[in-house]
Design a protein around this ligand. Structure first.
Ligand code: ZN
Length: 341
């Protein structure tokens, strides 16, 4: 077995992936047909073309169009179940999955309870059939600052149903962290972990503010800390994990190619790096392809791949006992796979 095969088979955890950005292309087309929604494309080849993004704004508009294909609780069950099936195929045993609840409520007219019941029915089915598991992150859309308190209220009310953190996505440069201080403080006071995107389409200042103003437990992306050595020191000292999504960064033009991507330098500097797929079909990737890129473009060894995978477990928001159990499972499987290397 070569290293790429090893990466494909090894158990993995993923901390930065959006459910609406993970819908299978064929399912997007089927949902649009079923719900009578006119998409600008009719087939998989058309969708591939539709997923070629000019810039971040174009990506957000496309994302909104895809989300608009969802209408019923059954649609949510289906996409959650298929997400679980995809994770099982890649041996992703645990994930923290971002879902933009308020946008979905607005587009469907459904209550959060109805949407989450659909999502959790799909999750339950995937758990039973495939043994994979995940929790939800409900995120605030920066471009809709008026919705921020509502999103946190829902996230807090839905804690018993698998919501483990508050996220923050959307246009980072136009809507900086200082607009969200009060709601993130309220989350902190309520014991709700915070995982904002920062340092993707805005620079190091955005990451610094996410840490100091929003008390971020992890940083979504965070790659642009490479521009500020003092910020890198801070991230290392506090061991704040970065949810790095290499292919997403290349497809959205944060970096021109893998060679220019700072992942290896951040890793070598001792930062807590996790590797993730963000919106896999929209970026022509999945987590296995990201791990393959670690081998082919970033020169990672088997031992480094194992450490990256375990970082996903340790930086998760699971209770410590569950992290320990998963880590032991992963290590046992690594040992078995190493024998075949
Ligand atoms: Zn993201």
């Amino acid at each position: 077995m070569n290293l790429i095969e090893f990466a494909r088979l090894m158990p993995k955890a993923e901390l930065h992936v959006h459910l609406e950005g993970s819908i299978r292309p064929l399912t997007v087309l089927e949902l649009a047909r079923r719900n009578g929604i006119a998409l600008p494309v009719q087939d998989e080849a058309g969708l591939q073309e539709f997923y070629r993004f000019r810039d971040f704004d174009h990506f957000v508009n496309t994302y909104f169009t895809i989300t608009g294909c969802l209408r019923t609780p059954e649609d949510y069950r289906l996409i959650a179940y298929e997400f679980g099936a995809g994770n099982a195929r890649q041996n992703i045993r645990y994930a923290e999955v971002t879902f933009t609840i308020e946008t979905n409520m607005r587009l469907t007219g459904l209550s959060w309870q109805a949407i989450l019941a659909g999502l959790n029915a799909g999750r339950e089915q995937a758990r039973r059939e495939f043994g994979v598991d995940w929790r939800w992150v409900f995120d605030i859309v920066r471009d809709l600052p008026k919705t921020q308190d509502k999103v946190l209220d829902i996230a807090l009310a839905a804690r018993e149903q698998g919501v483990v953190a508050l996220g923050l996505g959307g246009s980072e440069a136009e809507y900086p962290p200082n607009l969200f201080v009060a709601v993130f403080e309220r989350a902190r006071a309520a014991g709700m972990p915070r995982v904002p995107h920062a340092g993707e389409t805005a620079g190091p200042e955005s990451i610094r503010d996410a840490i100091t103003l929003l008390c971020a437990d992890r940083i979504g992306h965070g790659v642009r800390c490479i521009e500020d050595p003092a910020l890198m020191d801070l991230l290392r000292e506090r061991q704040i994990p970065l949810e790095i999504c290499p292919t997403s960064n290349v497809r959205l033009g944060v970096y021109p190619d893998y060679a220019a991507h700072p992942l290896r330098r951040l890793w070598d500097a001792g930062l807590v790096v996790t590797v993730n797929s963000d919106d896999p079909p929209m970026f022509g990737t999945d987590l296995n392809a990201e791990y393959r890129a670690l081998v082919e473009h970033f020169g990672f060894s088997a031992e480094e791949l194992e450490r990256i995978s375990l970082n996903g477990v340790r930086a998760s928001l699971l209770p410590q006992a569950e992290k320990d159990r998963l880590e032991a499972e992963f290590r046992a499987e690594f040992t078995r796979l190493e024998d075949a290397l």
